[in-house]
Design a protein. Structure first.
Length: 219
C-alpha cells in the first residue's frame, strides 16, 4: 500500500514564496558580507546569490550591475553611518564641555566607528585600489565630506594665529592617522607591543598633539 503521507510531504515542505522585499534584503545582506570579505573585485554575483539563496537572475532584476549592487550594499550604508556619526558629534559639541574633553571623546568614538565598520571601509579601500572605474571611493562619501568640512571649520574657529598646517589638510591627515591605526592595527602593532587600551590612548594623544600644532592655546 503506498505511503500517502510520505508522498504528500514534498508539497507541504515546499518553500514559502518570498516577497520582492525579502529577496532584496537577502541580496543586500549577502552582498555586504561578500564585499567585506573579498573586496569589490573578489566578490562575485554568483557567490552573493549562493549566500542569499537566490539566483543571479534575481539579483539582476534589482541591480543592473555589480557596481550598482556594491553602491547599495556598501557605499550607501557607510555614507549613512558617517552622516549619523557626524550628527551625534555635532550635538556633543554644543554641550558646553571643555574642548579637550570633547576632542578625546570624539577621537575615541571615531576609533569605535571605524572598528565597527571596518569591513565596509576595507572594501572601499580595496575597490579604490583595484577598481577605480567600477565603484566609488572613500572620497565620494558625502557624510565623510561633511566630516572634513566641519573639522576644518572647527579648527579655523579655534585658531589664535597663522596655521602651521592648513586646517583642511590637518583634518584629513588626522583622519588618515586614525584610520590607518585602526584598519591595520594587527600589522602595525605586533602582539605584546601594547594593549588595545594603550594603542587607543596613543592614537588619541598623537592626533591631539598634531591638531595642537595649529592651536597655540592647545587643549
Amino acid at each position: 500500500m503506498p505511503n500517502t503521507k510520505a508522498a504528500a510531504e514534498p508539497s507541504t515542505a515546499r518553500r514559502r514564496r518570498r516577497s520582492a522585499q525579502e529577496i532584496l534584503d537577502r541580496v543586500l545582506s549577502a552582498a555586504a558580507t561578500e564585499f567585506e570579505a573579498h573586496g569589490y573585485t573578489g566578490a562575485t554575483t554568483s557567490a552573493i546569490a549562493r549566500r542569499a539563496d537566490v539566483t543571479e537572475a534575481q539579483i539582476f532584476r534589482f541591480f543592473e550591475s555589480k557596481g550598482e549592487l556594491y553602491r547599495e550594499a556598501v557605499f550607501q550604508p557607510l555614507n549613512r553611518h558617517f552622516a549619523e556619526f557626524q550628527a551625534r558629534n555635532l550635538a556633543d559639541a554644543e554641550s558646553g564641555e571643555p574642548a579637550g574633553v570633547l576632542a578625546r571623546r570624539y577621537i575615541n568614538e571615531l576609533q569605535d566607528f571605524m572598528e565597527e565598520h571596518s569591513g565596509m571601509l576595507m572594501s572601499l579601500i580595496v575597490a579604490q585600489a583595484y577598481s577605480q572605474t567600477s565603484a566609488e571611493s572613500l572620497t565620494d562619501i558625502e557624510g565623510l565630506k561633511a566630516y572634513f568640512e566641519q573639522g576644518r571649520a572647527t579648527m579655523e574657529s579655534r585658531a589664535t594665529g597663522p596655521a602651521k598646517v592648513r586646517p583642511e589638510l590637518m583634518v584629513r591627515v588626522s583622519f588618515a592617522a586614525v584610520l590607518a591605526s585602526v584598519m591595520f592595527k594587527d600589522w602595525l602593532f605586533p602582539p605584546g607591543m601594547a594593549s588595545d587600551a594603550e594603542i587607543r590612548e596613543a592614537i588619541v594623544d598623537f592626533t591631539i598633539d598634531g591638531i595642537n600644532a595649529n592651536d597655540q592655546a592647545g587643549f
